[in-house]
Design a protein around this ligand. Sequence first.
Ligand SMILES: [Zn+2]
Ligand SMILES: [Zn+2]
Length: 465
Amino acid sequence: MAFGDSPKSPSFKKDRRGWNAAWERDLASVYGSSIEISFATRKSIPSVISGMPTRYYEMLLADSHVGSLQTMTSQICILQRDLTRKASRRFAEDDFESHWKTRCSAKEREEFVLEGLVRACDASPDFEDHRKWCPELTLNRLNHNSGQGFIDLLKKLSLQDIDKVPDDIKILPNVVYDKINALPPNPHPGLVVAKKSCDCGRMYLLTMVVWNILLAFYDESETYGLVKGQREDREELARFQKLAGKEVDVKRVAGEVAANRKLAERHCTSCGLPASKAGVDTLLSCKRCKDIDRLVFYCSKKCQTADWKTGRPPHKTICGKEGAIRDAFFAPKEAAEPAPQDDDSDSDFYGTPSPGYTRSPALLHQLSLLKEHPQLDYVFVRPHPHPDHGVGVQDPLGKMFFKLCFKRAACEHSPREVCKMFQQLEPSARGAPGYGVQLLKKQLMKEFGVDVDVAMKECWPDKTG
Ligand SMILES: [Zn+2]
Ligand SMILES: [Zn+2]
Protein backbone atom coordinates (compact mmCIF):
# COMPACT_ATOMS: atom_id res chain seq x y z
CA MET A 1 0.00 0.00 0.00
CA ALA A 2 1.31 3.47 -0.82
CA PHE A 3 2.30 5.85 1.92
CA GLY A 4 -0.62 7.67 3.46
CA ASP A 5 -3.35 5.60 1.89
CA SER A 6 -6.19 6.08 4.28
CA PRO A 7 -8.34 5.13 6.04
CA LYS A 8 -6.45 2.43 7.86
CA SER A 9 -7.68 -1.02 8.57
CA PRO A 10 -8.83 -2.00 11.18
CA SER A 11 -10.75 1.20 11.71
CA PHE A 12 -10.37 3.13 14.96
CA LYS A 13 -13.99 2.35 15.71
CA LYS A 14 -13.25 -1.38 15.83
CA ASP A 15 -9.74 -1.61 17.23
CA ARG A 16 -7.93 1.59 18.12
CA ARG A 17 -4.61 -0.05 18.93
CA GLY A 18 -4.58 -2.04 15.70
CA TRP A 19 -5.58 1.08 13.78
CA ASN A 20 -2.85 3.10 15.40
CA ALA A 21 -0.22 0.41 14.77
CA ALA A 22 -1.13 0.41 11.07
CA TRP A 23 -0.64 4.16 10.93
CA GLU A 24 2.64 4.02 12.81
CA ARG A 25 4.01 1.44 10.38
CA ASP A 26 3.12 3.68 7.48
CA LEU A 27 4.58 6.77 9.14
CA ALA A 28 7.79 4.92 10.00
CA SER A 29 8.38 4.08 6.34
CA VAL A 30 8.82 7.77 5.59
CA TYR A 31 9.77 9.44 8.86
CA GLY A 32 11.69 6.66 10.57
CA SER A 33 10.81 5.28 13.97
CA SER A 34 13.40 6.89 16.22
CA ILE A 35 12.29 9.70 18.51
CA GLU A 36 14.19 12.20 16.41
CA ILE A 37 12.27 12.52 13.14
CA SER A 38 14.40 11.74 10.11
CA PHE A 39 14.24 10.18 6.69
CA ALA A 40 13.94 6.45 7.11
CA THR A 41 15.51 5.66 3.78
CA ARG A 42 18.14 7.29 1.65
CA LYS A 43 15.72 7.36 -1.24
CA SER A 44 14.69 10.88 -2.01
CA ILE A 45 10.98 11.30 -1.68
CA PRO A 46 9.42 13.26 -4.50
CA SER A 47 7.29 16.23 -3.62
CA VAL A 48 3.74 15.10 -3.15
CA ILE A 49 2.13 18.31 -4.23
CA SER A 50 4.13 19.07 -7.36
CA GLY A 51 4.08 17.02 -10.52
CA MET A 52 0.32 17.07 -10.91
CA PRO A 53 -1.40 18.11 -14.13
CA THR A 54 -1.70 21.90 -14.46
CA ARG A 55 -5.45 21.49 -14.79
CA TYR A 56 -5.46 20.29 -11.20
CA TYR A 57 -3.70 23.39 -9.94
CA GLU A 58 -6.18 25.55 -11.80
CA MET A 59 -9.02 23.74 -10.12
CA LEU A 60 -7.52 24.48 -6.73
CA LEU A 61 -7.73 28.16 -7.55
CA ALA A 62 -11.53 28.06 -7.65
CA ASP A 63 -13.01 30.63 -5.30
CA SER A 64 -14.94 27.94 -3.44
CA HIS A 65 -11.76 26.02 -2.72
CA VAL A 66 -9.69 29.01 -1.59
CA GLY A 67 -12.71 30.18 0.42
CA SER A 68 -12.90 26.85 2.25
CA LEU A 69 -9.19 27.07 2.91
CA GLN A 70 -9.61 30.54 4.42
CA THR A 71 -12.46 29.29 6.61
CA MET A 72 -10.30 26.40 7.74
CA THR A 73 -7.43 28.77 8.47
CA SER A 74 -9.65 30.95 10.68
CA GLN A 75 -10.92 27.89 12.50
CA ILE A 76 -7.40 26.63 13.23
CA CYS A 77 -6.40 30.09 14.48
CA ILE A 78 -9.32 30.09 16.92
CA LEU A 79 -8.54 26.53 18.04
CA GLN A 80 -4.88 27.40 18.62
CA ARG A 81 -5.91 30.39 20.73
CA ASP A 82 -8.38 28.25 22.72
CA LEU A 83 -5.78 25.52 23.23
CA THR A 84 -3.32 28.12 24.54
CA ARG A 85 -5.92 29.44 26.97
CA LYS A 86 -6.91 26.03 28.25
CA ALA A 87 -3.34 24.79 28.52
CA SER A 88 -2.01 27.86 30.31
CA ARG A 89 -4.72 27.59 32.96
CA ARG A 90 -4.03 23.90 33.46
CA PHE A 91 -0.29 24.49 33.73
CA ALA A 92 -0.76 27.32 36.21
CA GLU A 93 -3.62 26.05 38.36
CA ASP A 94 -3.33 22.28 38.29
CA ASP A 95 0.36 21.79 37.61
CA PHE A 96 -0.58 19.73 34.58
CA GLU A 97 3.02 19.07 33.62
CA SER A 98 3.91 17.17 36.76
CA HIS A 99 0.55 15.34 36.87
CA TRP A 100 1.06 14.15 33.32
CA LYS A 101 4.66 13.14 33.84
CA THR A 102 4.74 11.73 37.35
CA ARG A 103 1.27 10.75 38.47
CA CYS A 104 0.45 8.99 35.22
CA SER A 105 1.94 5.67 34.17
CA ALA A 106 3.21 5.27 30.62
CA LYS A 107 0.30 2.95 29.94
CA GLU A 108 -2.24 5.51 31.16
CA ARG A 109 -0.66 8.20 29.03
CA GLU A 110 -0.91 5.94 26.01
CA GLU A 111 -4.61 5.57 26.61
CA PHE A 112 -5.06 9.35 26.73
CA VAL A 113 -3.08 9.72 23.52
CA LEU A 114 -5.15 7.05 21.76
CA GLU A 115 -8.33 8.67 23.00
CA GLY A 116 -7.17 12.06 21.68
CA LEU A 117 -6.23 10.57 18.31
CA VAL A 118 -9.56 8.81 17.95
CA ARG A 119 -11.60 11.82 19.00
CA ALA A 120 -9.75 14.05 16.56
CA CYS A 121 -10.01 11.64 13.64
CA ASP A 122 -13.66 11.02 14.44
CA ALA A 123 -14.42 14.74 14.22
CA SER A 124 -14.46 14.77 10.46
CA PRO A 125 -14.27 12.13 7.71
CA ASP A 126 -11.26 13.76 6.11
CA PHE A 127 -9.20 14.22 9.27
CA GLU A 128 -7.65 10.78 9.36
CA ASP A 129 -6.03 11.50 6.03
CA HIS A 130 -4.04 14.42 7.50
CA ARG A 131 -2.25 12.02 9.80
CA LYS A 132 0.25 11.21 7.06
CA TRP A 133 1.64 14.74 7.59
CA CYS A 134 1.89 14.36 11.37
CA PRO A 135 4.87 12.14 12.27
CA GLU A 136 4.86 13.69 15.76
CA LEU A 137 1.71 11.73 16.57
CA THR A 138 3.06 8.34 17.58
CA LEU A 139 2.79 6.73 21.00
CA ASN A 140 6.56 6.60 21.40
CA ARG A 141 7.21 10.18 20.41
CA LEU A 142 4.49 11.60 22.65
CA ASN A 143 5.33 9.34 25.55
CA HIS A 144 9.07 9.78 25.23
CA ASN A 145 10.95 10.85 28.39
CA SER A 146 8.03 10.27 30.78
CA GLY A 147 5.56 12.12 28.59
CA GLN A 148 7.83 15.10 27.90
CA GLY A 149 7.20 14.54 24.18
CA PHE A 150 3.58 15.57 24.57
CA ILE A 151 4.43 18.53 26.83
CA ASP A 152 6.93 19.79 24.23
CA LEU A 153 4.39 19.50 21.43
CA LEU A 154 1.75 21.29 23.48
CA LYS A 155 4.15 24.12 24.26
CA LYS A 156 5.22 24.40 20.64
CA LEU A 157 1.60 24.75 19.55
CA SER A 158 0.79 27.37 22.18
CA LEU A 159 0.67 30.98 21.08
CA GLN A 160 2.47 33.81 22.84
CA ASP A 161 -0.67 35.93 23.13
CA ILE A 162 -3.49 34.32 25.02
CA ASP A 163 -6.10 36.96 24.16
CA LYS A 164 -5.75 37.41 20.47
CA VAL A 165 -6.77 35.14 17.62
CA PRO A 166 -3.65 35.24 15.43
CA ASP A 167 -3.73 36.49 11.85
CA ASP A 168 -2.46 33.21 10.52
CA ILE A 169 -1.97 29.70 11.85
CA LYS A 170 1.12 28.84 13.84
CA ILE A 171 3.12 26.40 11.73
CA LEU A 172 5.33 23.74 13.25
CA PRO A 173 8.34 23.03 11.08
CA ASN A 174 9.27 19.42 10.46
CA VAL A 175 12.41 18.48 8.62
CA VAL A 176 10.88 15.65 6.56
CA TYR A 177 7.47 17.15 5.93
CA ASP A 178 9.01 20.45 4.86
CA LYS A 179 11.22 18.65 2.37
CA ILE A 180 8.46 16.52 0.89
CA ASN A 181 6.18 19.51 0.46
CA ALA A 182 8.75 22.14 -0.45
CA LEU A 183 7.61 24.56 -3.14
CA PRO A 184 9.73 24.79 -6.28
CA PRO A 185 11.02 28.19 -7.38
CA ASN A 186 8.29 30.24 -9.09
CA PRO A 187 5.50 27.83 -8.25
CA HIS A 188 2.17 27.76 -10.06
CA PRO A 189 -0.33 29.71 -7.89
CA GLY A 190 -2.40 26.54 -7.57
CA LEU A 191 0.62 24.81 -6.10
CA VAL A 192 0.86 27.53 -3.46
CA VAL A 193 -2.76 26.81 -2.55
CA ALA A 194 -2.06 23.06 -2.49
CA LYS A 195 0.86 23.60 -0.13
CA LYS A 196 -1.27 25.76 2.15
CA SER A 197 -3.91 22.99 2.15
CA CYS A 198 -1.33 20.46 3.34
CA ASP A 199 -0.03 22.86 5.99
CA CYS A 200 -3.58 23.48 7.21
CA GLY A 201 -4.39 19.77 7.30
CA ARG A 202 -1.22 19.04 9.27
CA MET A 203 -1.70 21.87 11.75
CA TYR A 204 -5.42 21.24 12.15
CA LEU A 205 -4.92 17.60 13.06
CA LEU A 206 -1.92 18.26 15.31
CA THR A 207 -3.83 20.93 17.22
CA MET A 208 -7.02 18.87 17.38
CA VAL A 209 -5.20 15.82 18.74
CA VAL A 210 -3.32 17.80 21.39
CA TRP A 211 -6.55 19.60 22.35
CA ASN A 212 -8.38 16.28 22.69
CA ILE A 213 -5.62 14.58 24.69
CA LEU A 214 -5.70 17.48 27.15
CA LEU A 215 -9.48 17.26 27.38
CA ALA A 216 -9.45 13.49 27.78
CA PHE A 217 -6.92 13.81 30.59
CA TYR A 218 -9.34 16.01 32.53
CA ASP A 219 -12.27 13.81 31.59
CA GLU A 220 -13.83 16.63 29.65
CA SER A 221 -15.23 16.60 26.21
CA GLU A 222 -15.96 19.47 23.97
CA THR A 223 -16.78 18.94 20.37
CA TYR A 224 -15.07 21.36 18.15
CA GLY A 225 -17.78 22.07 15.64
CA LEU A 226 -16.58 21.69 12.13
CA VAL A 227 -17.00 24.47 9.71
CA LYS A 228 -19.21 23.91 6.75
CA GLY A 229 -16.95 24.30 3.76
CA GLN A 230 -17.91 25.81 0.47
CA ARG A 231 -19.56 23.61 -2.12
CA GLU A 232 -17.18 21.82 -4.45
CA ASP A 233 -18.05 21.88 -8.12
CA ARG A 234 -19.03 18.30 -8.97
CA GLU A 235 -18.55 18.70 -12.72
CA GLU A 236 -15.06 20.01 -12.13
CA LEU A 237 -14.32 17.00 -9.97
CA ALA A 238 -15.58 14.61 -12.62
CA ARG A 239 -13.46 16.29 -15.28
CA PHE A 240 -10.46 16.07 -13.03
CA GLN A 241 -10.99 12.40 -12.27
CA LYS A 242 -10.67 11.70 -15.99
CA LEU A 243 -7.46 13.65 -16.12
CA ALA A 244 -5.83 12.32 -13.00
CA GLY A 245 -6.79 8.75 -13.71
CA LYS A 246 -6.03 6.29 -10.98
CA GLU A 247 -3.43 8.40 -9.27
CA VAL A 248 -5.93 10.27 -7.16
CA ASP A 249 -9.13 8.83 -5.87
CA VAL A 250 -11.25 11.87 -6.58
CA LYS A 251 -14.46 10.05 -5.83
CA ARG A 252 -13.30 9.18 -2.35
CA VAL A 253 -12.09 12.68 -1.69
CA ALA A 254 -15.35 14.15 -3.00
CA GLY A 255 -17.31 11.70 -0.87
CA GLU A 256 -15.38 12.72 2.22
CA VAL A 257 -15.94 16.38 1.48
CA ALA A 258 -19.67 15.79 1.05
CA ALA A 259 -19.89 13.73 4.25
CA ASN A 260 -17.94 16.41 6.03
CA ARG A 261 -20.40 19.06 4.85
CA LYS A 262 -23.32 17.05 6.13
CA LEU A 263 -21.79 16.74 9.58
CA ALA A 264 -20.52 20.25 9.80
CA GLU A 265 -22.43 23.02 11.41
CA ARG A 266 -22.54 26.49 10.04
CA HIS A 267 -20.30 28.87 11.88
CA CYS A 268 -20.11 32.59 12.20
CA THR A 269 -17.51 33.72 9.69
CA SER A 270 -16.18 36.25 12.17
CA CYS A 271 -16.05 34.67 15.64
CA GLY A 272 -16.16 31.04 14.49
CA LEU A 273 -19.06 30.00 16.74
CA PRO A 274 -22.04 27.93 15.65
CA ALA A 275 -25.51 29.34 16.40
CA SER A 276 -25.93 27.10 19.47
CA LYS A 277 -22.75 28.41 21.11
CA ALA A 278 -23.27 32.00 20.04
CA GLY A 279 -26.65 31.91 21.80
CA VAL A 280 -28.82 32.66 18.77
CA ASP A 281 -31.45 30.62 16.91
CA THR A 282 -29.99 30.97 13.47
CA LEU A 283 -27.07 32.64 11.82
CA LEU A 284 -27.71 35.42 9.34
CA SER A 285 -26.35 34.87 5.88
CA CYS A 286 -24.97 37.46 3.52
CA LYS A 287 -27.42 37.77 0.62
CA ARG A 288 -25.03 39.20 -1.94
CA CYS A 289 -22.59 36.36 -1.32
CA LYS A 290 -25.36 33.77 -1.37
CA ASP A 291 -26.26 34.96 -4.87
CA ILE A 292 -22.87 33.82 -6.10
CA ASP A 293 -23.17 30.56 -4.14
CA ARG A 294 -20.73 31.55 -1.43
CA LEU A 295 -21.73 30.82 2.15
CA VAL A 296 -21.09 33.59 4.65
CA PHE A 297 -22.78 33.62 8.04
CA TYR A 298 -22.83 35.86 11.07
CA CYS A 299 -24.11 35.37 14.60
CA SER A 300 -24.66 39.05 15.26
CA LYS A 301 -24.57 42.52 13.83
CA LYS A 302 -21.36 43.05 15.79
CA CYS A 303 -19.58 40.17 14.07
CA GLN A 304 -20.89 41.27 10.70
CA THR A 305 -19.53 44.77 11.18
CA ALA A 306 -16.18 43.50 12.46
CA ASP A 307 -15.76 41.11 9.54
CA TRP A 308 -16.76 43.82 7.07
CA LYS A 309 -13.80 45.93 8.12
CA THR A 310 -11.20 43.61 9.58
CA GLY A 311 -12.02 40.08 8.37
CA ARG A 312 -9.46 37.87 6.68
CA PRO A 313 -9.95 39.21 4.03
CA PRO A 314 -12.22 42.15 4.99
CA HIS A 315 -15.69 41.20 3.82
CA LYS A 316 -16.23 44.53 2.07
CA THR A 317 -13.44 43.64 -0.37
CA ILE A 318 -14.97 40.32 -1.43
CA CYS A 319 -18.72 40.65 -0.89
CA GLY A 320 -20.62 39.34 -3.92
CA LYS A 321 -17.48 39.33 -6.07
CA GLU A 322 -16.47 36.09 -7.74
CA GLY A 323 -12.78 35.32 -7.61
CA ALA A 324 -12.23 37.93 -4.92
CA ILE A 325 -11.20 35.43 -2.24
CA ARG A 326 -8.54 34.04 -4.50
CA ASP A 327 -7.30 37.52 -5.33
CA ALA A 328 -7.12 38.33 -1.63
CA PHE A 329 -5.21 35.10 -0.97
CA PHE A 330 -2.50 36.14 -3.41
CA ALA A 331 -2.53 39.85 -2.68
CA PRO A 332 0.77 40.90 -1.14
CA LYS A 333 0.31 40.98 2.60
CA GLU A 334 0.28 44.49 3.91
CA ALA A 335 3.32 45.06 6.02
CA ALA A 336 2.10 44.36 9.51
CA GLU A 337 1.99 47.57 11.43
CA PRO A 338 4.44 47.45 14.27
CA ALA A 339 2.55 47.17 17.52
CA PRO A 340 2.59 50.56 19.17
CA GLN A 341 5.17 50.48 21.94
CA ASP A 342 3.23 52.55 24.39
CA ASP A 343 4.63 52.04 27.83
CA ASP A 344 1.80 54.00 29.39
CA SER A 345 -0.83 51.49 28.40
CA ASP A 346 -1.05 48.69 30.89
CA SER A 347 -2.20 46.08 28.40
CA ASP A 348 1.07 46.28 26.49
CA PHE A 349 3.15 46.84 29.56
CA TYR A 350 4.89 43.47 29.53
CA GLY A 351 6.03 44.01 25.96
CA THR A 352 7.03 41.34 23.46
CA PRO A 353 9.46 38.59 24.37
CA SER A 354 12.97 38.75 22.89
CA PRO A 355 13.62 36.47 19.95
CA GLY A 356 14.34 32.98 21.19
CA TYR A 357 12.53 33.45 24.49
CA THR A 358 9.23 31.58 24.79
CA ARG A 359 6.81 32.44 27.57
CA SER A 360 5.67 29.38 29.49
CA PRO A 361 1.95 28.52 29.62
CA ALA A 362 1.89 29.40 33.34
CA LEU A 363 3.42 32.82 32.63
CA LEU A 364 0.84 33.45 29.90
CA HIS A 365 -1.86 32.65 32.42
CA GLN A 366 -0.34 35.09 34.92
CA LEU A 367 -0.17 37.83 32.28
CA SER A 368 -3.79 37.30 31.33
CA LEU A 369 -4.85 37.51 34.99
CA LEU A 370 -2.97 40.80 35.30
CA LYS A 371 -4.60 42.09 32.16
CA GLU A 372 -7.98 41.27 33.67
CA HIS A 373 -7.06 43.00 36.92
CA PRO A 374 -4.80 45.89 35.99
CA GLN A 375 -4.71 47.19 39.56
CA LEU A 376 -2.74 44.09 40.65
CA ASP A 377 0.99 43.49 40.28
CA TYR A 378 1.03 39.75 40.70
CA VAL A 379 -1.41 36.92 41.38
CA PHE A 380 -0.74 33.93 43.63
CA VAL A 381 -2.38 31.10 41.75
CA ARG A 382 -3.71 28.63 44.28
CA PRO A 383 -4.80 25.06 43.68
CA HIS A 384 -8.48 24.52 42.97
CA PRO A 385 -10.93 25.21 44.75
CA HIS A 386 -9.13 28.11 46.50
CA PRO A 387 -9.60 31.43 44.77
CA ASP A 388 -6.50 33.15 43.44
CA HIS A 389 -4.93 35.81 45.62
CA GLY A 390 -4.02 39.16 44.09
CA VAL A 391 -0.99 41.16 45.23
CA GLY A 392 -0.64 44.90 44.84
CA VAL A 393 2.65 46.48 45.85
CA GLN A 394 1.71 49.44 48.03
CA ASP A 395 4.47 52.04 47.86
CA PRO A 396 4.82 53.69 44.44
CA LEU A 397 8.58 53.27 44.18
CA GLY A 398 8.45 49.60 45.14
CA LYS A 399 5.68 49.12 42.60
CA MET A 400 7.77 50.63 39.81
CA PHE A 401 10.74 48.50 40.75
CA PHE A 402 8.67 45.32 40.88
CA LYS A 403 7.05 46.00 37.53
CA LEU A 404 10.41 46.61 35.93
CA CYS A 405 11.79 43.30 37.21
CA PHE A 406 8.67 41.51 36.03
CA LYS A 407 8.83 43.10 32.61
CA ARG A 408 12.43 41.99 32.13
CA ALA A 409 11.71 38.49 33.38
CA ALA A 410 8.70 38.21 31.04
CA CYS A 411 10.79 39.12 28.00
CA GLU A 412 13.96 37.12 28.48
CA HIS A 413 15.39 34.42 30.69
CA SER A 414 16.66 36.37 33.71
CA PRO A 415 17.03 34.47 37.00
CA ARG A 416 18.29 37.64 38.70
CA GLU A 417 15.04 39.52 38.03
CA VAL A 418 13.00 36.54 39.20
CA CYS A 419 14.97 36.52 42.47
CA LYS A 420 14.23 40.21 42.97
CA MET A 421 10.57 39.52 42.37
CA PHE A 422 10.70 36.69 44.87
CA GLN A 423 12.22 38.90 47.53
CA GLN A 424 9.45 41.44 47.09
CA LEU A 425 6.67 38.87 47.04
CA GLU A 426 7.93 36.73 49.93
CA PRO A 427 6.23 38.65 52.80
CA SER A 428 2.85 38.64 51.02
CA ALA A 429 3.20 34.93 50.21
CA ARG A 430 3.85 34.18 53.87
CA GLY A 431 0.67 36.01 54.85
CA ALA A 432 -1.60 34.62 52.14
CA PRO A 433 -3.88 31.87 53.53
CA GLY A 434 -3.41 28.49 51.85
CA TYR A 435 -0.34 29.72 50.01
CA GLY A 436 3.15 30.26 51.47
CA VAL A 437 6.75 30.60 50.40
CA GLN A 438 7.11 27.07 49.00
CA LEU A 439 4.15 27.50 46.68
CA LEU A 440 5.54 30.85 45.55
CA LYS A 441 8.84 29.19 44.63
CA LYS A 442 6.95 26.50 42.77
CA GLN A 443 4.88 29.06 40.91
CA LEU A 444 7.95 31.08 39.85
CA MET A 445 9.51 27.84 38.64
CA LYS A 446 6.47 27.08 36.47
CA GLU A 447 6.25 30.61 35.14
CA PHE A 448 9.89 31.51 34.56
CA GLY A 449 11.70 28.17 34.71
CA VAL A 450 13.86 29.58 37.51
CA ASP A 451 14.69 27.71 40.69
CA VAL A 452 14.86 30.61 43.14
CA ASP A 453 17.06 28.74 45.65
CA VAL A 454 19.67 27.92 43.02
CA ALA A 455 19.48 31.33 41.36
CA MET A 456 19.91 33.14 44.71
CA LYS A 457 23.19 31.33 45.32
CA GLU A 458 24.40 32.12 41.80
CA CYS A 459 23.39 35.77 41.83
CA TRP A 460 24.45 36.62 45.36
CA PRO A 461 27.00 34.00 46.49
CA ASP A 462 28.15 36.06 49.49
CA LYS A 463 24.71 36.57 50.98
CA THR A 464 23.63 32.96 51.04
CA GLY A 465 27.14 31.72 51.72
ZN1 LIG B 1 -19.96 35.79 15.51
ZN1 LIG C 1 -21.15 39.20 1.31
